[in-house]
Design a protein around this ligand. Structure first.
Ligand code: NI
Length: 137
């Protein structure tokens, strides 16, 4: 059976403050700029979930995209949507919410739960111009 990758895109918005408490206020401001704003700010995020696996001979699917959407919404999107990554989102507790750290935390929640197929890539867009990718390595 050929391996095919299917992709589901989900959108959410969330607030954050990128801040490392081990650094001084000046260093935080220099490193993180506007994303260090003490009273938070928001982003319209887009998450792309890539799942790779054999095409099921009965359904013709790798994975049912509706079921995949429901799973990703339940496990990560609904946890983050209209919330604040620094204070509201259990899987980000104690983690500086850069896009890099968010995508790795989402991977750790999603990878064990996705089947059939396997999670092969997560791509998280923070703005129209900036995204990060993680492939579990
Ligand atoms: Ni930001």
């Amino acid at each position: 059976m050929p391996d095919v990758t299917v992709v589901r895109r989900l959108r959410f918005n969330a607030a954050h403050r990128v801040h490392n408490p081990a650094l001084s206020p000046e260093e935080n401001a220099r490193l993180f700029g506007k994303c260090n704003n003490p009273n938070w700010h928001g982003h319209n995020y887009t998450l792309e979930v890539h799942v790779t696996g054999p095409v099921d001979p009965v359904t013709g699917y790798v994975v049912d995209l509706g079921q995949l959407r429901d799973l990703v919404e339940r496990l990560v999107v609904n946890e983050a949507d209209h919330r604040n990554f620094n204070v509201d989102v259990p899987f980000m507790a104690g983690i500086n919410p850069t896009s890099e750290n968010i995508v790795v935390a989402m991977w750790r929640v999603l990878a064990p739960a996705i089947q059939p197929g396997r999670l092969s890539r997560l791509r998280l867009w923070e703005t129209e111009n900036n995204y990060v990718e993680y492939e579990g390595r």
